[in-house]
Design a protein. Structure first.
Ligand code: S5P
Length: 277
């Protein structure tokens, strides 16, 4: 992918419905910000999402963290995604055999496939994890991200593991729309003599983004939106605590101000990247 290509130009070449929707939303709302909402009660969860909604292309959830999860909560989440025009990404990190992940994705308490446009998986089980999830997600027009790298100190997802993640994605381009990673993945995992398919364009969503601190004391490592989008060529910045701070002291106006601050930083970094001299 030519780093100067715009989100709109790239959308026109995608085939997966979730990838197209995400790129079009980014272009329409002028935001490459995804807010990650890791709080334990649904009142704070919905309040944060309602506050950041205008500033984001995507909301990332960990619904298994919520102590009072129920179907009504999902209905409210979907209503907010329609009200504010964003997609939903359940950060479930599936990592089991195909049959099990298909059940975890479709069924259980959370019924993730019924409401999340995008979910993700660790490639550790090999291609079968994608096959299992695709059996549920493809007919529902969903998209999958593979965790090719992680933002944490000492992460094992590197080198040959990352190469294999990209190779798995290449064999399932209808369903795998991109990666959770820290940099672009063009050319990664190509064997000698292999060339990249001309239409390959994986989206890269990068967590570990913060403007004020470098880490959280628990292994998380933060880079700035400019480092992530301009220097490393990632497409979406994922920001959690940098935006909502401490949920016990939730201040909606402060959350909105932070969301706009990150939106602008991410968008400016994108404009700087796509600029042609
Ligand atoms: O490598 C990763 C992958 C993910 S999906 N590093 C991450 O931090 N994440 C997720 O991004 C993590 O589960 C959390 O929900 C979010 C980062 O939150 P923050 O508060 O540190 O910005």
């Amino acid at each position: 992918m030519d780093r100067h290509q715009t989100y709109a130009e790239r959308s026109a070449k995608q085939t997966n419905a979730a990838a197209i929707q995400l790129l079009d939303t980014i272009d329409r709302k002028k935001t490459n910000l995804c807010v990650s909402v890791d709080v334990t009660n649904s009142k704070d969860f919905l309040a944060i999402i309602d506050a950041v909604g205008p500033y984001v292309c995507l909301v990332k959830t960990h619904v298994d963290i919520l102590e009072d999860f129920n179907r009504t909560l999902v209905e409210h989440l979907v209503q907010l995604s329609e009200k504010h025009d964003f997609l939903i990404f359940e950060d479930r990190k599936f990592a089991d055999i195909g049959n099990t992940v298909a059940l975890q994705y479709f069924s259980g308490v959370h019924r993730i496939a019924s409401w999340a446009h995008i979910t993700n998986a660790h490639p550790v089980p090999g291609p079968s994890v994608v096959k299992g999830l695709a059996s549920v997600g493809l007919p529902m027009k969903r998209g999958l991200l593979l965790l090719a790298e992680m933002s944490t100190e000492g992460a094992l997802a590197r080198g040959e593991y990352t190469d294999e993640a990209v190779r798995i994605a290449r064999t399932h381009r209808d369903f795998v729309i991109g990666f959770i990673a820290q940099r672009r993945m063009e050319g990664v995992g190509l064997r000698p003599g292999e060339t990249m398919h001309p239409t390959e364009d994986f989206l890269v969503l990068a967590p570990g983004v913060g403007l004020d601190v470098k880490g959280d004391g628990m292994g998380q490592q933060y880079r700035t939106p400019r480092q992530v989008v301009f220097e490393s060529g990632c497409d979406v910045i994922i920001v959690g605590r940098g935006i909502y701070g401490k949920p016990e002291a939730l201040d909606v106006q402060a959350v909105q101000a932070q969301a706009e601050r990150y939106r602008k930083a991410g968008w400016d970094a994108y404009l700087e990247r796509v600029k042609r001299e």
